[in-house]
Design a protein around this ligand. Structure first.
Ligand code: NAD
Ligand code: MG
Length: 297
């Protein structure tokens, strides 16, 4: 995988289904996935695009957030990651990878469904990084339910708190600290455009994230700050095997994409780098799909 950048047919560049059956409790651990996801640990090469920048990535312990955190450190940024306390082992691997680049790493365990913690995590990130100019709101909850009747009030509340309220609380706390030139990036989903029957509450929040981020972009550009959305398709992360999809769907995960396989987290990292960097200086209020050929409407 260290030759990630040599010319290769992308359909066969990474593992294809079928995958082993692998249900695990929520939140899922990247370390328990088979095959091991590629978050760029050995494969992402930086080129100084984010030298001296200060980034906060929620859900930076695993999956897409981990790939963004590793890429940011390789591009020269100091990085704070937020995650749930039970994910400490995954998080420590990321902290070590950031520090191996000679960058400052900040670990922020806590539950973002708590407004107080959302405020506190921003305060700690700003304090320990000495400022903030990249904010990636990426943590998410996805739990499939076959039928409307099974989506309890508790489910609905938890999904909205994690995916929408925390977005608002963290953005509200962070924006006063962001200088002109800063970048806000949110992780939505192709589900905002093509919702699955079994992801009623989740798809609703992902559509909400698109609207919220586009509205926020209009406010923030008045301060010289950009905001954009990334809308992934199927990516090989523990979100899916910890109740995001039925276990049998995880074994076939990505087979319906035009590529016949899921994306690996490292394959979406370059979009997070572009949107964060000054190279993306005219990009704001946009939605970037990385869907494996499905496209976004
Ligand atoms: P992931 O499980 O690796 O990352 C999600 C992270 O969210 C967890 O690691 C956890 O740290 C964090 N989180 C969840 N609840 C939290 C809470 N209450 N408090 C603090 N942190 C919490 O999976 P991922 O797929 O990398 O997910 C990242 C984002 O990508 C999510 O917003 C998800 O909706 C989105 N997404 C994923 C896919 C996919 O196929 N994997 C597709 C589209 C969108
Ligand atoms: Mg995790």
């Amino acid at each position: 995988m260290s030759n990630r950048l040599s010319i290769t047919d992308p359909r066969t560049q990474y593992p294809q289904p079928p995958f082993p059956r692998q249900p695990q409790p929520v939140p899922g651990k990247a370390s328990k996935m088979e095959p091991t996801p590629d978050h760029g640990e050995t494969s992402y090469q930086g080129s100084g695009k984010l030298k001296g920048r200060k980034a906060l990535v929620t859900g930076g312990d695993s999956g897409i957030g981990r790939a963004a955190a590793i890429a940011y450190a390789r591009e020269g940024a100091d990085v704070a990651i937020s995650y749930l306390p039970s994910e400490e082992a995954d998080a420590q691997e990321v902290i070590q990878l950031i520090e191996a680049e000679g960058r400052t790493a900040v670990a922020l365990p806590g539950d973002i469904t708590d407004e107080k913690w959302c405020n506190e995590l921003v305060t700690q990130a700003v304090g320990k990084l000495g400022g903030l100019d990249i904010l990636v709101i990426n943590a998410g909850r996805q739990q499939f339910r076959e039928d409307l009747s099974q989506v309890t009030t508790e489910d609905f509340d938890k999904t909205l708190k994690t995916n929408l309220y925390a977005l608002h609380w963290i953005a509200q706390a962070a924006v006063p600290h962001l200088p002109a030139g800063a970048s806000v990036i949110t992780t939505s989903s192709v589900q905002a455009y093509e919702p699955s029957a079994i992801l009623l509450d989740y798809a609703t929040t992902k559509a909400g994230m698109v609207a919220y981020t586009k509205a926020l972009a209009k406010q923030l550009i008045k301060k010289g700050i950009r905001a954009n959305v990334v809308a992934p398709g199927p990516f090989w992360t523990p979100l899916q095997s910890s109740g995001g999809q039925p276990p049998e769907a995880v074994s076939k995960f990505g087979s319906k994409s035009e590529f016949g396989r899921p994306g690996q987290p490292v394959e979406i990292a370059p979009v997070y780098v572009l949107l964060a960097s000054q190279e993306g200086s005219y990009i704001s209020g946009e939605v970037f799909g990385v869907t494996g050929g499905a496209g976004i409407a």
